[in-house]
Design a protein around this ligand. Sequence first.
Ligand SMILES: Cc1cc2nc3c(=O)[nH]c(=O)nc-3n(C[C@H](O)[C@H](O)[C@H](O)COP(=O)(O)OP(=O)(O)OC[C@H]3O[C@@H](n4cnc5c(N)ncnc54)[C@H](O)[C@@H]3O)c2cc1C
Length: 438
Amino acid sequence: MKTSKANVLIIGSGVGGICSAARLIKKGLKVTIVEQLPYLGGRCSTREYKGHKTTTGGIILPLGGGSTFQEAFDMLGAEFNMRPIGGKDKGGTLYRLPDRTYEMTPKNGLRGLLQFCLNDDEAGNELYSHFKRALHWSEPLYNITFSEWLSQYSHNTDLHEIFQGHVGGFVGVNIDECPAGEFFRNLKLSARTYGFGTAVNGNIDLMNSLAAAIKNKGGRISTETSCKQILVENGIVKGAIVEKDGEEETINADFVISNAGPDLTVELAGTENFEKSYMTLLTEHNFKTPVVHISMSTDEPIEDFPGIVTFGHTRRLVFLETPSVTCPELVPEGKHITTTYSVPKLSAGPLKLPETIEMVMLDLRDFYPNFQEAELFHIATHHSGWPAMRRWPGYPMPTRTPVVNLYNVGDGCQPLGYVGIEACAITARDVSNEIAPD
Ligand SMILES: Cc1cc2nc3c(=O)[nH]c(=O)nc-3n(C[C@H](O)[C@H](O)[C@H](O)COP(=O)(O)OP(=O)(O)OC[C@H]3O[C@@H](n4cnc5c(N)ncnc54)[C@H](O)[C@@H]3O)c2cc1C
């Protein structure tokens, strides 16, 4: 069997894996990434259909000075070809009710959104004072849902419906499933220090750019290479056995970072190496949040707002984005691409695909009377091994595992209050700093 040696072996090239590689190579370590798929980026990559570029997951990506994701690119001088949505005076988020629309900007902000939902400035101000207290003084706990928290102050259905859309879009579960504490942490932390944007030539372009910079510094990246086993001796990680084109290779490593998700990490390393409290945490709240993503092609944009549109009072549609408005590079001339995002009625329940598609189409027709038809070219149900998020919001696994020098990165370990790509990039930063402190 072939053998090789690395300081750090990384299993998986999702955001957590590739950002870890960028940081560790910058610190002078010898790094190898193995990725089972033919392309890089995992749930932050690109699928193509007749010249339309759509995503394998992440739609709106973090950017700007405060973004840990962008920082990984900047550290290696890798091109980060993103176009911001919103901007200094624009928020990049539109909230739609059947009879009115609100554009969130840095100026009118959350207070304005509450006034809009309640259709009453004074009632909005009063509710805002409760939000402020929860944000800045006493954060609600994780033992009630955000829906229960909100119901203490108002039962207004427009308010609950808009936050159903907001929570579904930003946290990935329903308003009556999201722990109140997680909602407020997310509101406080996400988007406070960084902005959001769209990858001009698709997410894969970003991943390839970072990969090129990693290889340029001597890193090894091997696609279509699957990790079969993580090697552990006396509770310490030793490397892994990987397979490419039917040929096995042992990669000896001082550290192994798994981006494959905490469940698979345990499977690959053997459950006997994980003590009971870790396994109990792993199995408790072990729901992956599911989502249905529909990408469609139209001649005219369904929505010409250059950002995220969140809906209230829909059957299934939570939000949509028309990235071709911000980045025409993603589509052939004269075409537009819209991606819709829906969460099932019960996040831990079954995903009913045909019903969801039908309901999203009805929702689109309700909100956009001119919308007739579109070519649906990519319908993705994200669940189980390829979910929206690998853990229920508010219940992450730690990045350290009981196996010495074996870590997890990615959204199975997202720090409280953070979600998605920024969360994965933070896990990469934290694990890299632990392996090689500055
Ligand atoms: C529909 C959808 C929409 C989303 N929208 C947003 C958004 O707008 N903004 C946002 O910030 N986040 C969004 N997210 C979440 C975001 O995409 C994910 O949180 C993030 O991309 C996950 O990255 P990760 O580091 O966990 O790695 P993953 O993307 O899970 O990648 C892991 C990689 O490991 C590889 N792998 C697994 N097992 C092995 C093995 N045995 N050997 C070798 N390789 C292996 C996989 O092939 C994969 O490439 C969305 C997710 C989905 C699904």
